[in-house]
Design a protein around this ligand. Structure first.
Ligand SMILES: Nc1ncnc2c1ncn2[C@@H]1O[C@H](COP(=O)(O)OP(=O)(O)OP(=O)(O)O)[C@@H](O)[C@H]1O
Length: 251
């Protein structure tokens, strides 16, 4: 029997304040897909992730995540928030933040086994040396890695990532996408990643959702990031599109 889609979004609309920021969006994410969500600023990408997490209520339409309404299956889902919006003045160590991915609460004490798992996750993301650093002392890119470790520590089957490479240097970003590819292959995981990096979307995703309030395109990167849909979402795209496709400008 065919496996049910991991995410089912049907005619989803979301209003924020008096604005409709997501407008009748429909798509399914199949098991083991790697979906990149791309679109201009304010396109509703973060709002979409928040809706999948159950943090924002749909105004219309239906959403199912792992077969349930959003917000029911936290232990099976790993989430990396947009770190640029986070307050990191909280006086805590990196290892505590990573352990909170296991307990889904702030760990006032850590078991030996949780500490070992957290150290292993930090090692996986190339941040083993940060275990006892204070969150307030981290750079944006370091904090991003730590949040990825927190997301991976409980080995989720669905990863929801909001711009996970923001602030990470070029080599670090390449490592991060390789790491995601490897995690997905090893765990049969499904990944939904919001990104402004068209090249990462083009080369690592199985499908791209191009969003601008409504769904402009959805499908394999070569199609969803074609010149026409990109122009519709972003306006003039000549040089950027040439860079993406490795060919001459299509304008
Ligand atoms: N809590 C909120 N209350 C009211 N409006 C909001 C709220 N959060 C987001 N919005 C509005 O919803 C729209 C979509 O925002 P969202 O953060 O989802 O876009 P985005 O595509 O992730 O943008 P970016 O690429 O800039 O991160 C924006 O116009 C934003 O101002």
């Amino acid at each position: 029997m065919a496996q049910a889609p991991v995410i089912q979004v049907n005619r989803l609309s979301v209003d924020r304040g008096r604005r409709r920021v997501i407008d009748h969006v429909t798509f399914n994410v199949e098991a083991a897909a790697f979906v990149a969500v791309v679109g201009p600023n304010g396109a509703g990408k973060t709002t979409l992730l928040h809706t999948l997490l159950g943090l924002v209520e749909p105004s219309d339409g239906t959403v199912r995540v792992l077969g349930h309404p959003p917000g029911r299956d936290a232990p099976r889902i790993g989430y990396v928030p947009q770190v640029k919006t986070l307050d990191r003045t909280f006086p805590a160590e990196v290892i505590d933040l990573v352990c909170s991915g296991l307990t889904h609460a702030w760990p006032f004490w850590r078991t030996q086994s949780a500490t070992e798992q957290a150290r292993a996750a930090l090692q996986t993301v190339g941040a083993a040396d940060l275990a006892t650093a204070l969150l307030s002392d981290l750079s944006g890119g370091e904090l991003q890695r730590v949040y990825l470790a927190r997301c991976l520590v409980h080995e989720p089957e669905l990863l929801l990532l909001d711009e996970p490479a923001t602030g990470v240097d070029a080599t670090g970003a390449a490592d991060l996408y390789e790491l995601l590819d490897r995690y997905q292959a090893d765990h049969d995981a499904t990944i939904v990643m919001v990104t402004h990096d068209w090249n990462a979307a083009y080369h690592h995703a199985t499908d791209v959702l191009l969003l601008d309030g409504r769904c402009i395109s959805y499908g394999p990167p070569q199609k969803a990031l074609g010149a026409d849909p990109l122009r519709e979402a972003f306006g003039h795209v000549g040089h950027a599109h040439a860079m993406l496709q490795g060919g001459p400008p299509h304008d």
